[in-house]
Design a binder for this molecule. Structure first.
Ligand SMILES: C[S@@+](CC[C@H](N)C(=O)[O-])C[C@H]1O[C@@H](n2cnc3c(N)ncnc32)[C@H](O)[C@@H]1O
Length: 190
């Protein structure tokens, strides 16, 4: 992420946004006991998700962000793993559910984004929920991503992409500047 982004992701304004988004995104889903978070960054989302997850594993690509979050949450119910969510070091079906907040557009191509979706499907259990949100395309988004990765997600096509990765789509909901999704890995027999 660029320096502006690093600052924004720790700002009081972003914290306020996240305080509304973290309850909104998983509403109607059951993430279970052993939850995976993709791209926690400085961990404002992690701080809230961990309150309702008995056990949370967060995978973060940026080693500095991962180290600092790991140190801050040492001894808590969170394990922070430095790694790439497009190729995860976890066995099949390790997690009961997965969450992703404002990270998909940082994955540098649609192909890698689709690979990430397939990886999430692999590491969550049959019947497990995958929920998340991402920002919609806007001038503001383009400005804050100057010098940074921005591969926006089109919410109108995202359902088909989730299905292509093997999920069932429960819901995709758009608001002014953000969308959320709720998908589910089919049961083993379906
Ligand atoms: C905009 S931040 C969002 C942070 C946090 N989820 C939030 O909503 O405040 C996106 C984060 O995703 C991380 N990220 C990007 N690509 C990733 C990947 N392939 N695997 C894991 N983390 C990734 C970035 O390093 C960054 O910390």
């Amino acid at each position: 992420m660029n320096r502006l982004h690093h600052w924004l992701c720790r700002s009081a304004r972003w914290r306020k946004t996240i305080e509304q988004r973290v309850p909104w995104v998983p509403s109607g889903s059951n993430l279970g006991q052993d939850v995976l978070e993709l791209g926690p960054g400085p961990g404002i989302t992690t701080d809230l998700v961990r309150l309702s997850a008995p056990r949370l594993t967060a995978i973060e690509l940026d080693p500095e962000l991962a180290d600092s979050l790991r140190a801050r949450l040492h001894g808590s119910n969170v394990e922070v793993v430095t790694g790439d969510a497009t190729s995860m070091p976890f066995p099949d079906g390790q997690f009961s559910g997965g969450v992703s907040f404002t990270m998909l557009h940082h994955v540098p191509s649609p192909e890698l984004q689709d690979k990430l979706l397939r990886e999430v499907r692999r590491v969550i259990q049959p019947g497990g929920a995958f929920v998340g949100s991402d920002s919609l395309q806007s001038l503001y988004m383009r400005l804050i991503h100057i010098g940074d990765t921005l591969v926006p997600i089109d919410p109108d096509r995202f359902g088909a992409r989730l299905e292509g990765a093997g999920f069932e789509v429960i819901e995709i909901e758009k608001k002014a500047d953000v969308f959320r999704f709720h998908a589910r890995k089919p049961d083993a027999r379906s």
